[in-house]
Design a protein around this ligand. Structure first.
Ligand code: ZN
Length: 315
């Protein structure tokens, strides 16, 4: 009964940071947030209908808008000089850990690093895959910082940036393909299919208790589902308590800078959906809203991860 109530309440709180009111000079009508898990379009090129000078107001905050997506604020600090504990107190503690790293798709344009952090005490394994969409920078910036944290128990794998090709070019894609529609990938396929294959196999081999798949959202269009700060799941099996504890903690302002909504399932071919369906490993996709300043987005990404690690007894 408690679970049922929780689910009903969660429904009411759907899409916490999604726009409830919208005004813009270009007369973009209000879009009601829905639970429709319609995948966002593959689009990292210039929008043919791009227009300048518009704004959109979401929950009292005004953002520059090009008629299709929110324009991301400039990053006003050097993210590479920051560490996780600059953003989140949970990471201030220093534990003794073993740290090693290995490469996925070595020698290719998608070559990237997984750092394995092992705490002194036994505990579960958690896998963080940060930024399979390369232009979702707060996701993989947070991932790079997480590669340097310490944990007291268990094993943490941090893949960052998951899409090194896109991260280098500030692009969502790998080549011309959306890697988050390519899972489980193909060892002898395209560049995108090969990195997806490598990531999928790595997760399969490590058998974590939880996958955290870090993303960001920016597209805002009339009549489309809006992904603001959101948690996405495909199956709650094996993580029901964590998922709802986390969701409600964000709703109560205990974790992140704003309430998170939820959505699901992950789209076909996404890491979340494929890992949950085929490997039966619980997976949470974390979306932060790219209209917010980078500090806020990185902080929210790190706070969600810290919450999950604490929930697992690893911090
Ligand atoms: Zn994404």
């Amino acid at each position: 009964m408690k679970k049922l109530l929780t689910i009903c309440l969660a429904g009411l709180l759907l899409l916490g940071c999604a726009p409830r009111q919208t005004t813009t000079e270009a007369d973009v009508p209000t879009a009601a947030p829905t639970a429709d898990p319609t995948p966002l379009p593959v689009d990292d090129g210039p929008d043919p209908q791009e227009e300048g000078g518009m704004t959109v107001t979401i929950d009292g905050e005004t953002f520059a808008y090009d008629g299709y997506r929110i324009i991301e604020p400039e990053v006003t600090f050097d993210i590479h000089t920051k560490t996780a504990d600059d953003f989140v107190d949970d990471f201030n503690a220093v534990y003794e850990v073993a740290r090693e790293s290995y490469r996925l798709t070595p020698g290719t344009d998608t070559e990237t690093t997984v750092v394995k952090i092992t705490g002194a005490a036994p505990g579960p394994a958690v896998y963080v895959a940060a930024g399979i969409h390369g232009d979702e920078r707060a996701a993989w910036y947070a991932g790079l910082m997480l590669q340097n944290i310490t944990i007291k128990a268990g094993t943490l794998y941090v893949l960052a940036p998951a899409n090194a090709w896109g991260a280098q070019r500030n692009r969502r894609l790998v080549g011309e393909e959306d890697p988050n529609r390519c899972f489980p990938g193909n060892e002898s396929g395209t560049l995108a299919q090969r990195i997806c294959f490598a990531i999928f196999r790595d997760i399969e081999e490590k058998q974590p208790e939880l996958l955290l798949d870090l993303h960001e959202a920016i597209v805002y269009k009339e009549g489309r589902d809006f992904l603001g700060s959101t948690l996405i799941y495909t199956s709650l099996e094996g993580m029901e308590d964590l998922f709802f504890d986390l969701l409600f903690a964000t709703q109560e302002g205990e974790v992140t800078s704003c309430p998170f909504g939820y959505n699901g399932p992950g789209p076909a071919g996404s890491m979340n959906r494929t890992v949950a369906d085929q490997l039966k490993i619980p997976a949470i996709t974390v979306e932060t809203f790219r209209g917010y300043p980078m500090e806020r987005r990185v902080s929210d990404q790190l706070k969600v991860v810290a919450y999950a690690l604490r929930h697992k007894g690893m911090l």
